[in-house]
Design a protein around this ligand. Structure first.
Ligand code: 0A1
Ligand code: ZN
Length: 851
């Protein structure tokens, strides 16, 4: 057994002992023996008075030499770094040189310098740089870098601006001081899709997207998204780009979505490459959002970085918030908000309600890679949305301007961030800060009272206990409210109420009893509890002027019904069927919105809702009742569906814009419903006629959902078998849409497919991740789903602990289920915990889930 891994605590933060004034690196690349020469110009940090040893992080490095001011020194080396005692350090500034050897070819963890199909690339966030060279690998140590790369490869890239290049070498200089986690290097046989950009102040920037030969014709959308992001950040946030080049590289083996390395973003190829034939509308939207996200990090993350990893939400929450604003501006704010909330509830509420719950700013961790979570990213963004709602558009703009001027070039904290808002707006944010320090999703109950003259809304907030945080104080909760009169006119336009106490009432003059629309735009990440009749929900679905709450009313109607179907065997009645029918065929509404209104509540969402209501969810029953619900809707809408499908056909060539995508989304939703009553005839025809991946996949899923589609799957493989990104879809969709009793068998069969390259994270996620996403299949009463996922996590862990740990969250919902299932999950968690040599990553996750 290895030593018990130690937790890192926020309270222990101390500035680094030294300053790094400059870094010069030379790489002599070779797959099994890359030499890394580093020259660090160091000086004592005045923020840490006294004389200190020099401690540098370093892991899995073969040390060749260490010199100070040109003289060899004997450093103390251990498994996590090197120490040079204070007495061996010159007073004042000095240059430290190290030479190490590393083996990128054997690096399967995809952290540090590694190889992906013959190409060298790096991933340094969070703590990967220490696997490249000895260095103070912490975000508050910022330095300018100069990099020389020597390799017999045509394209050699690093951060910053190019200094020069020749056969077999290239040099780069990044003038902007940066932490090591933003370092990047790429070397390979790549081709560029290029464009130019001129910034608002006239700087010419060369833009390149580097891909393998043959992929250049799939870069246009990413490039267009990049150019729109650069312009948007200038126009909306006044932020300009600050180097002469901006490079993006697409890599096939990548643990996450993408990485914002300064001037050299590295992307999972799945989030760059797109053409109408190979990418769905959702892929296009995701590419646009991720390109924007990484680009926006140039200011929120790179120019202003995090003091320590506890402050991760400082860059991630803000950058997600900014990419959400951008996507809303590019597409539809209403649709984007609904999609973001669906995601938040599916991932973050799920996390916040289980054993892995943690604050947006945690105060301890064992492995920081385990904290790139929905809470830090998505809840982090929601918290900023609330701040903006509380201080208003202008207050927000002033605070952000102050943030950029005050902290440019610094490594900042959440305290700095909140102080900027306090100074810019005069508001006290002490209570608001609890959103950063306390985990858990607040539950807000509402009562209403009307006395003939005035109408009162009373709110009560409850902040549930989470691991390590039994008691919590009241939060500041902005609740956007509107009131409608009984004929549907709005009598109170959206007004933000500030709930700051456990219980609080708000009174409005009202001569007639109004219908309230509460938590408009999902103004706070809370669970709203209010007894509402189906009639009132249907009324809001028809009349609410707030698009989010209009959709939410339909959603709530469907969830109430499905809950009654599951618990009491209720039948889908006309309240819901008629209300949805009206929205589906309302041509005054955006087709994308109508498609969202047609989407049935998810099974995992239903399980969580039932559990919150004190009912133990039965996954098989939820699956069956949800299916019955879809069939009832299909019968109700059936006769009108062919007409709708026909009317939504897009003439002319495919365009990925939001309007066309919305029409396709509604058309596919209609096809999927129709398949339930016509045996898949229309879906089969649509599949045969499809000239784009959105419709090809949409029709195929519609067929799989009714137990058909086998021939289409064969044809799909025959056509796309050589395309990795497209084949990921083929693997995933047949598992995600398998019958619950067959999901495990289908997954097992696919793990034996010759193209199941499980060491590739995208392929692993497409297969094992797809099984975890098949709710009734994963939670099958036999326990076979649990066993299979645990087997594969254990197999992946020694090679790629980061991805294994991340995917172990499949098990986080176990406390919701019955004793049998709980026992089976606990047994799998115990089996994983006992595995010899378990990584710190997976070890921490399993320990937290076991509780
Ligand atoms: N900062 C990146 C995401 C990222 C995080 C960690 C990684 O390795 C552990 C890789 C990428 C982003 O927010 O896009
Ligand atoms: Zn990010």
């Amino acid at each position: 057994m290895t030593d018990q891994p130690r937790a890192v605590h926020l309270a222990d933060y101390q500035p680094y002992t030294h300053r790094v004034e400059h870094v010069a690196l030379t790489f002599r690349l070779a797959p099994r023996a890359t030499r890394v020469l580093a020259a660090l110009r160091l000086s004592p940090n005045p923020g840490r008075p006294g004389r200190h040893d020099l401690r540098l992080d370093g892991e899995q490095l073969r040390l060749i030499a260490v010199r100070i001011e040109g003289r060899e020194v004997a450093a103390r080396v251990d498994a996590t770094g090197m120490t040079i005692p204070a007495e061996m350090l010159p007073e004042g500034g000095f240059t430290l040189e190290t030479e190490v050897e590393i083996a990128p070819e054997g690096n399967t963890a995809l952290e540090g310098l590694y190889m992906s199909r013959g190409m060298y690339c790096t991933q340094c966030e969070a703590e990967g740089f220490r696997k490249i060279t000895y260095y103070p690998d912490r975000p508050d140590v910022m330095a300018p870098f100069r990099v020389r790369i020597e390799a017999d490869l045509p394209v050699l890239l690093s951060n910053g601006n190019p200094l020069g290049q020749g056969p077999g070498w290239a040099e780069w200089e990044d003038p902007w001081p940066k932490p090591a986690y933003l370092f990047a290097l790429v070397a390979g046989d790549l081709v560029a899709h290029s464009a130019d950009f001129t910034t608002a102040s006239g700087r010419a920037v060369a833009l390149n997207i580097w891909v393998r030969a043959g992929d250049q014709d799939r870069c246009a959308y990413a490039m267009d998204s990049l150019i729109r992001s650069m312009r948007w950040d200038e126009e909306v946030y006044g932020r300009e780009y600050d180097l002469d080049v901006f490079n993006i590289v697409a890599v096939d083996d990548f643990n996450m979505g993408a990485m914002e390395n300064k001037g050299l973003n590295i992307f999972n190829s799945k989030y760059v490459l797109a053409s109408p034939e190979t990418a769905t509308d959702d892929d296009f939207a995701r590419i646009e959002a991720i390109i924007a996200h990484e680009y926006f990090h140039n200011w929120t993350g790179n120019r202003i970085t995090c003091r320590d990893w506890f402050q991760l939400c400082l860059k991630e929450g803000l950058t997600v918030f900014r990419d959400q604003q951008f996507s809303g501006d590019m597409r539809s704010h209403a649709v984007k908000r609904i999609e973001d909330v669906l995601m938040l509830r599916a991932r973050q509420f799920r996390e916040d309600g289980g054993p892995l719950a943690h604050p947006v700013r945690p105060d301890s961790y064992v492995e920081i890679n385990n904290f790139y979570t929905a809470t830090i990213y998505e809840k982090g963004a929601e918290v900023i949305g609330m701040l903006k709602r509380l201080v208003g558009e202008e207050g927000y703009a002033r605070a952000l301007d102050l943030y950029f001027t005050r902290h440019d070039g610094e490594a900042a904290t959440i305290e700095d961030w909140l102080r900027v808002f306090e100074d810019a707006t005069g508001r006290d944010l002490a209570q608001f800060k609890r959103w950063y320090t306390e985990a858990g999703t607040p539950r807000v109950k509402v009562w209403e009272e009307w006395d003939g003259e005035s109408y009162t809304l009373t709110f009560e907030q409850e902040n549930p206990a989470t691991p390590g945080q039994p008691e919590k104080g009241a939060k500041v909760i902005p609740i956007a409210v509107g009131l409608l009169n009984p004929n549907g006119d709005e009598v109170l336009p959206t007004t933000v109420l500030e709930l700051t106490q456990d219980r609080q009432s708000f009174r409005f003059p009202a001569a007639a009893r109004p219908v309230p629309s509460i938590l408009r735009g999902f103004s706070a990440p809370v669970v709203l509890e209010r007894d509402v009749s189906p009639e009132e929900r249907a009324f809001l679905l028809a009349h609410d002027t707030d698009p989010f709450n209009k959709w939410e009313a339909g959603r709530a109607l469907a969830k109430d019904l499905l809950a009654r179907m599951v618990t009491e065997g209720a039948a889908p009645g006309p309240d819901w069927l008629d209300a949805i029918a009206r929205v589906t065929f309302d041509e005054g509404l955006d087709p994308a919105f109508r498609a969202l209104a047609l989407r049935l509540p998810g099974e995992d969402d239903m399980a969580s809702t039932l559990h919150a209501g004190g009912i133990t969810p039965d996954p098989a029953r939820i699956w069956a009742e949800r299916r019955r619900m879809g069939e009832a809707l299909a019968r109700r809408l059936g006769p009108q569906l062919p007409g709708l499908i026909e009317a939504l056909a897009e003439p002319g060539p495919f365009t990925p814009d939001a309007r066309a995508a919305g029409r396709r989304a509604l058309r596919i939703a209609a096809l999927a419903l129709l398949a339930r009553v016509d045996g898949g005839r229309a879906a089969r025809a649509a599949h045969a006629a499809a000239d784009n991946m959105t419709e090809e996949v949409g029709a195929l899923i519609a067929l799989l959902e009714v137990g058909a589609g086998q021939e289409e799957l064969v044809a799909f493989e025959a056509r796309w078998g050589r395309d990795r990104n497209v084949m990921d879809k083929w693997f995933a969709l047949q598992i995600a849409h398998a019958h619950p009793d067959q999901a495990v068998a289908v997954t097992e069969a696919l793990t034996r497919h010759p193209d199941f390259d499980w060491k590739n994270p995208n392929r692993f996620r497409s297969v094992i991740g797809a099984l975890s996403a098949n709710h009734a299949g994963f939670h099958h009463g036999s326990g076979a789903g649990y066993r299979l996922v645990a087997d594969w996590l254990l197999r992946l862990d020694p090679l790629n602990p980061q991805t294994a740990a991340r995917m172990s969250t499949a098990f986080e919902t176990w406390p919701r289920y019955d004793a049998d299932r709980q026992g089976m999950v606990q047994a799998e968690l115990a089996r994983m915990a006992a595995a010899p040599g378990l990584s710190r990553d997976l070890g921490e996750m399993v320990a937290r889930m076991r509780g």
